[in-house]
Every structure is written in structure tokens, then in C-alpha cells.
Design a protein around this ligand. Structure first.
Ligand code: PLP
Length: 260
């Protein structure tokens, strides 16, 4: 086992530094790991919304993954924004080659409203990727879009397990209510709910922060239950320390010692 544990991130690059690969790198470093960063897409965006997404050439991804998996095989993968169906065969081959936990944040729509994947792309992810996923972390809106036939969020959780995910954590930050309720679904166990105080604003990059925290804790060898709880606690603290870098939403304060 190398020191520190390695998490291979396949994520979009957000130049504002709030979401995407920078969120992954900061979270993984803060929790004791090292991020290997493969950019699936360049984006043009600010702290309010995404304006443009340009996918990385799958042949370049393949070369990057090949070199990394030879030199620095990770202890976990973290998948964020992906650059379309053409990238999936290369990504699936990498996951098969290195059988470690995979945390997938199925980024379908930016917090500012821009659609990042259409319905067909969402169903392709579900059909082709989810059987390789250890922990899927959709927010409530993403869970509903991935499961158009499901009436309730609990039905969505069951449906995502049926699609092959090992575990599902549906986050409720985008739902109404005085508290944020996140729900963990695993085969053969009743849904487990975690309740967090609702902070008086929404953030840019909260989902990426939580998913990469889960990934690094799994890379460190924690069981899923402990990783889910510790990652949620740490993300809640990062949201409480959020920093302002632009005119839109604040971003989680992931870097220890940096003043708000
Ligand atoms: N850009 C990238 C590269 C992302 O990965 C994400 C979300 O995961 C976003 C933008 C949107 O982030 P948010 O919805 O928190 O604004």
C-alpha cells in the first residue's frame, strides 16, 4: 500500500475551483489521500452556473488511464462529470483492470440549472456504468431523473440498487424541508436516514466534495458505513466554513487553515 492512499478521479475541470476536479483534489488531500486527476471535460463556468462543457478525447483518456494504472494503481476511483457515452468503454476498462471501490456522483445538471446530460445519456450511465459502482451519490433530482418510473425517493433507491450499484446515498440538499435528509440504501437492509441541519444557502460543489470524501475514506480502508457517516460529517463542516470566491454560490471550505 503506497502512502498516502491514492484516489483516481475522473472529473470535469471547473475553473472557479468550487466543483469538479479541484473539489476532489482538495477533499482527498484534506482527508489524508492523494488525488490522481484525469479531466473528463473542460468547462466554462462560474460560481453561478455552467456555460459550456467540452469532453476530453476518449483516446487521450485511455492513454492517461493506462499510464496511471501501470504506475500508480489507486485504492479507489471517484467518478464525477463524465464527457458522454464515447468515454464509457475506456472508463469501464480501467475499472475492470483495477478492482477497487468506485464512488460515482452522477452529475446530470449543474446547481445553476444547466443540463449536463440529457435523458438518454442518464439512461446510458444507468445501463452501462452502475453495475461497476460501489457507492452512487445522486441528489434527489438526479435520482428521480435516473429512475423515471419510480414514485418515491425510496423507490429510486431500490431501483438504483437493482441497476447494480452496491450502495446508494441519495442526498436531500436540493429537497424542501427544515432539515437535510440523506438516505443510504444497501441490498437487504432498510433505508437508513441521516439528518443534518439545513444551512441558509446552497453551495457550489457540495456534491463533488461529499463523493470524493467518501472515496478517500474507502481508499483508506474504512467500511462503507463508516465512510458514509464520516464523509457527511466532514462535508457538513466544510459547508459551515464555506468561502466566497465569486458572485454566485459560496464553495465548501475544504482546505484546513485557509481563512473564509
Ligand atoms: N462542474 C463540474 C465539473 C462538476 O463536476 C459539477 C458537479 O458535480 C458542477 C459543475 C456543478 O456543481 P454544482 O451543482 O454544485 O454547482
Amino acid at each position: 500500500m503506497p502512502s498516502p492512499p491514492l484516489v483516481l478521479c475522473l472529473s470535469g475541470l471547473d475553473p472557479s475551483g468550487g466543483a469538479g476536479l479541484q473539489a476532489d483534489i482538495e477533499s482527498i488531500a484534506a482527508l489524508g489521500g492523494h488525488a490522481l486527476g484525469v479531466v473528463t471535460a473542460l468547462t466554462a463556468q462560474d460560481t453561478s452556473n455552467v456555460a459550456r462543457v467540452v469532453a476530453t478525447d476518449p483516446a487521450l483518456l485511455e492513454q492517461q488511464l493506462d499510464l496511471l494504472l501501470r504506475d500508480s494503481p489507486p485504492q479507489a476511483f471517484k467518478l464525477g462529470l463524465l464527457g458522454g457515452a464515447e468515454q464509457l468503454p475506456v472508463i469501464l476498462a480501467a475499472l475492470r483492470r483495477c478492482p477497487v471501490p468506485v464512488v460515482c456522483d452522477p452529475v446530470l445538471r449543474a446547481g445553476g440549472g444547466t443540463l449536463l446530460h440529457n435523458e438518454a445519456a442518464a439512461q446510458t450511465l444507468r445501463r452501462e456504468l452502475f453495475a461497476a459502482v460501489t457507492v452512487l451519490t445522486p441528489n434527489a433530482a438526479e435520482a428521480r431523473r435516473l429512475c423515471p418510473g419510480s414514485a418515491t425517493l425510496d423507490d429510486c433507491g431500490a431501483s438504483l440498487l437493482a441497476a447494480g450499484c452496491g450502495h446508494v446515498l441519495i442526498t436531500g440538499g436540493d429537497e424542501p424541508g427544515a432539515k437535510v435528509v440523506n438516505t443510504w440504501y444497501a441490498p437487504g437492509q432498510p433505508p437508513r436516514r441521516y439528518t443534518w441541519p439545513r444551512l441558509p444557502e446552497t453551495f457550489h460543489g457540495a456534491g463533488c466534495t461529499l463523493a470524493s470524501a467518501i472515496a478517500v475514506l474507502l481508499a483508506r480502508g474504512l467500511p462503507v458505513e463508516a465512510a458514509l457517516l464520516q464523509a457527511q460529517k466532514w462535508t457538513q463542516q466544510a459547508l459551515q466554513r464555506a468561502i466566497r470566491v465569486g458572485q454566485g454560490r459560496r464553495i465548501p471550505g475544504r482546505v484546513p487553515g485557509r481563512s473564509a
